[in-house]
Design a protein around this ligand. Sequence first.
Ligand code: ZN
Length: 322
Amino acid sequence: MAIVGIDIGGMSIKLGIVSIEGKILEKINFKVDYKKLSSDQVIEMIKDHILMLLDKSKFSKNDLEGIGIGCPGAINAPKGVVDYANNLGWVKVPLVAKLKEYFNVPIYISNDANVAALGEAIYGSGKQYNNSVMITLGTGVGGGIVIDHRLFEGNEGKGAELGHMVIEVDGKECSCGRRGCFEAYSSATALIESTKKAMIENQTSQMWQEVAGNLDKVDGKLAFEYYKKGDLVAKEVIDNYIHYLGEGLLNICNIFRPEAILLGGGISAQKDCLLNLLEPYLEERFYGYRQSPKVALKIATLGNDAGIIGAAALVLQNAIVK
Ligand SMILES: [Zn+2]
């Protein structure tokens, strides 16, 4: 039995054969220049690579049980259509129907953040829980909600946009066009921006010396590193970051009261430092905390494989129900 998980990214596409235990048995990837290729050409490449992957793992096309796909952008999951993916330049691409022309098996698709959440919930840091919410702190803030081991995606699969809940009315501009979204304060992009701003205002900070005044060298790790070294400017940046991140997570605790919140994306590489700052913040402010079950905070464990494993989990999730 072969289940293929496909992780569509802005620069490359990764594919893997995933076992029912959530292990990647074989994987391949290829680079894609979306500016030069039509969506049909990319789909043709995906098809060829599925066949290559099966061949490489000594499976035949007949062994294929299902295909799961994670894709960035606004995805109509029930219809299998990529409605709009800015990074790929795709509008209304019927990806599932096109692949079904080649493969007569169940094919499922969802938004990449949802897919990562499902993979992490079933096979990663959330596997001991029935209900979890994953937050990906990367270029943006992605969200995925898993209830009783299944994704909650909302109508047309367009819900669970936790990064775009407003946490500061009329606050900072967000990429979605609204103001004050969780993403505008809690993404790695937002942390880098506030680090740079603080450095410009405080050129005595050790962070300024670290990059020799070159702000292009500022990344999402710098403020955390210097926070640990006791730099006061870095401390202010991180305290402010944790304040907004914490408020967003508290909203999630109070709305869903999941058993766990799973943190992924570049910022989650801070592991214990991040957890040690967030846990007391949540515990002090958790509405009804004393009478409520604690929400565990976990660092995601599947890393770069979450997309492939989660995409395969879409197939298993649907197979289990039917
Ligand atoms: Zn937004």
